[in-house]
Design a protein around this ligand. Structure first.
Ligand SMILES: O=P(O)(O)OP(=O)(O)OP(=O)(O)OC[C@H]1O[C@@H](n2cnc3c(O)ncnc32)[C@H](O)[C@@H]1O
Length: 173
């Protein structure tokens, strides 16, 4: 039987598939909500903030639902640009859970365009000569030779969020 309704703050299929694959007992509703951060987050802080804003906006749409936000971004570390990923879940009591996903270095040629404000999604499409990698395997799929796709990467984040939520629910009951 289907249980909780889950509102996910995105219409990106890679993110929706990831949520459906982890919250199999729930009905998942994609929501068009603002991240309230830049289209290309440029730090862990900004990427996490985008995920939290999406989750909060989703949870606020209806009483009793779970709100989830997933956000991809980039950050600089050891003079390299890394892709970073964050997820946030707001439960029916308003409690917030957060989790980070995979992080790996992007090619050196991406550094300057990203610093100048270009979006990773566009750079990936130019680099691969394909369209909409962000909605499919993602940068992680391309740079791991298909070992880990974007939905698989986000599903790891979602398992961590789900586990934290379950534990908290058990503690409350
Ligand atoms: O529709 P939404 O949910 O906004 O999904 P998105 O993929 O466009 O947006 P994100 O906020 O997750 O990512 C911010 C930017 O980084 C890009 N990006 C992030 N992770 C990526 C990946 O794995 N592959 C390709 N582009 C990625 C993405 O295309 C955006 O330009």
């Amino acid at each position: 039987m289907k249980q909780k309704s889950i509102y996910v703050g995105s219409e990106n299929p890679a993110k929706i598939i990831a949520v459906e694959s982890v919250f199999t007992e729930s009905t998942v509703y994609p929501q068009d909500v603002p991240s309230l951060v830049s289209a290309q987050p440029l730090s862990d802080e900004e990427t996490l903030e985008g995920a939290i804003n999406r989750a909060k906006a989703c949870a606020a749409r209806e009483d009793g639902v779970l709100g989830i936000g997933l956000e991809g971004g980039v950050m600089e570390f050891h003079n390299q640009v890394f892709i970073c990923n964050w997820g946030a879940l707001v439960d029916e009591t308003g409690e917030l859970y957060i989790a980070a996903g995979a992080r790996f270095p992007l090619p050196e040629v991406f550094k300057q365009p990203l610093r100048e404000g270009q979006e990773l999604g566009d750079l990936m499409d130019q680099y691969t000569n394909k369209q909409n990698a962000r909605k499919k395997e993602g940068a992680v799929g391309i740079f791991t030779d298909g070992q880990v796709t974007r939905d698989q990467m986000f599903s790891h984040v979602l398992h961590i969020l789900k586990g934290q939520y379950q534990l908290s629910k058990k503690a409350r009951s």
